[in-house]
Design a binder for this molecule. Sequence first.
Ligand code: SAH
Ligand code: SF4
Length: 410
Amino acid sequence: MSVALNLDHAANAGRTAAPARRSLVGLGRPELRHALMGIGLDEREAKMRSSQLWNWMYVNGVTDFERMTNIQKGFRQTLADKFLLDRPEIVTEQVSIDGTRKWLFRFRDPQNPNLPPVEVETVYIPEEDRGTLCVSSQVGCTLTCSFCHTGTQKLVRNLSAGEILGQILMARERLGDFPGGRRPDDGGLVPAPRGSGGSEGDSRAITNVVMMGMGEPLYNYDNVKQALLIASDEAGISLSKRRITLSTSGVVPQIEPTGREIGVMLAISLHAVRDDLRDMLVPINKKWPLKDLIQACRDYPGLSNARRITFEYVMLKDINDSDADARELVRLLAGIPAKINLIPFNPWPGTNYDCSSSARIERFADIVNNAGYASPVRTPRGRDIFAACGQLKSETERLKKVDREALSGA
Ligand code: SAH
Ligand code: SF4
């Protein structure tokens, strides 16, 4: 059972009416200051105003300059004339029988309002002690992992830092995570009831973020980096970097910078322990084979027993699920502080794969556990609304170059 809501928010109305205004969401602090200096503020005032805006945007979740009560009315109007604090539109919001929630978000390109909007999916997975938001980095994916639904959608474009953050901001708003917000009461779960007192920070609906939605985050490195640095900024959304995990299919040259420059937890979509099989399942392996990938993991900055790498391993019946595979997996990861996450394959229309049986998954997990690794089996969540790992996809299609140019007036 699932409930689909078609939301026609008043807040979403009229978004297209102001093409010339620049969005401030997703700008780093220096760029925000620069944008304010661009409308005539001197350096000192730009610095002060940008701290105020940062707080309104990321701590209070405000989207309307009118609500910024510590800024004079006249200047609030100037800001509103020049800038936007936009969020994605919610096209649909679905709640799974298990409480998982999935949104289809729509983004318009403020620089190119004539281009058709793009859509991505974002998923919220509540558990007893945590709430995880699964965020998308691209519309579609350039890679074609053979067991992944997203991989059947060609890359349309990268999401901007503002669009990546926009998913977090909109989800926080819907889940009542901003001050004065209200938890939804439509059957979707949130981990802890929100205290009526002032201790909001302790009972957030979103405690963790995983870059495990649509797309390969390390093929959109700069924007993902910017969004995650803003999400973890202590004067803003303030998510701990230990509670942010970036998953990659294995873009080896970007792994070291991820640790050094972003400093979040790393997950690797491993899925096979031999190059011939991984070439088939995760084709990026032909470019960066297992040897290079494993070396990059060993060298991951900040790696320790307290900060382990998660290795994701999808359980595909008769493909990668034998006892020999499990033993080879243990050998391959020897010496790396690691967690192994076994993911039952989630089916999608048109796939040729099947999920391994529960008995097979248990046996595989036993071998891995006996070698001393924690190897939780990821319980599939939200399968009824197609929100589980690897099931995300949107209808957005890549435009032909000539159509793009005609629409954007280029
Ligand atoms: N592109 C990145 C981020 C996506 S994370 C990456 O590949 O790492 C999504 C995780 O779900 C990845 O580990 C992916 O390999 C896995 N996955 C993809 N399709 C799946 C499916 N049908 N069933 C279970 N897991 C799947
Ligand atoms: Fe892209 Fe990740 Fe899916 Fe592979 S598993 S096609 S990299 S989204």
